[in-house]
Design a protein around this ligand. Sequence first.
Ligand code: DC
Length: 246
Amino acid sequence: MTTVALNKISVTETGHPEKRKMVIAVDGPAASGKGTLAKMMADRLGYAYLDTGALYRAVALATLELGGNPEKYADVAPALAMVKRNLTPELLANPELRSHDVSEAASKVSALPEVRSALIDYQRGFAGNLPESVGGAVLDGRDIGTVICPDADLKFFVTAAPEERARRRYEELKTRYLDLTLEKVMSDIQQRDQRDSTRKVAPTRAANDAYILDTTDLNRTEALQQAVEVIHASLLSRSGATGPGY
Ligand code: DC
């Protein structure tokens, strides 16, 4: 079990050692494999996991349900207030959040600065107030390493070639949307990449100190293996230890 090995000890101002929990940021574009990887990392390490994209998706779904335009803050505001009042793990696990329309709308609501700032506290609170029973947290998103947790202990930026990302997303969606084509998925992904990486506030970008993990030619297990090697190397370099703790 890894949790104990990955806990870090820091010294507080009073001189007492204090256990500081490890935070791992995983950012990257749509369908790069970052969500799957982040979840597998968290499972492997026994850490808490937050899919921050689900927050924007929840606001997007509520906006669509209220008949609002996801690009207009005046329409999004009531949905945002509803989601903030009811932010539960169940809400974030709603399978409807994964639909094609919600993906598009989530990219739009996430470009609104008011929406982004309203969701910051929840994300930082998640990373900073972990239960005793877990040794750390993995958060995945677009701006975790740059804005939400700039002091994260480790940062990954997961990416893959656009064609491969489109292929993965198409495989995931094709049985649900029978008239969907690979070309349509490719063009949607390009549009979302463009919107997410050029918006004014917190665009998708690798932090300067992020480890870039290109999953184009990697399956899930291989991607996890690489990530674990990076985590291990980082821990060894910090602790001066000589062998793996997990
Ligand atoms: O990771 P995802 O595809 O579930 O994210 C859905 C949308 O939310 C995506 O288009 C960009 C946005 N998002 C964001 O702007 N910041 C985050 N930390 C996570 C997601």
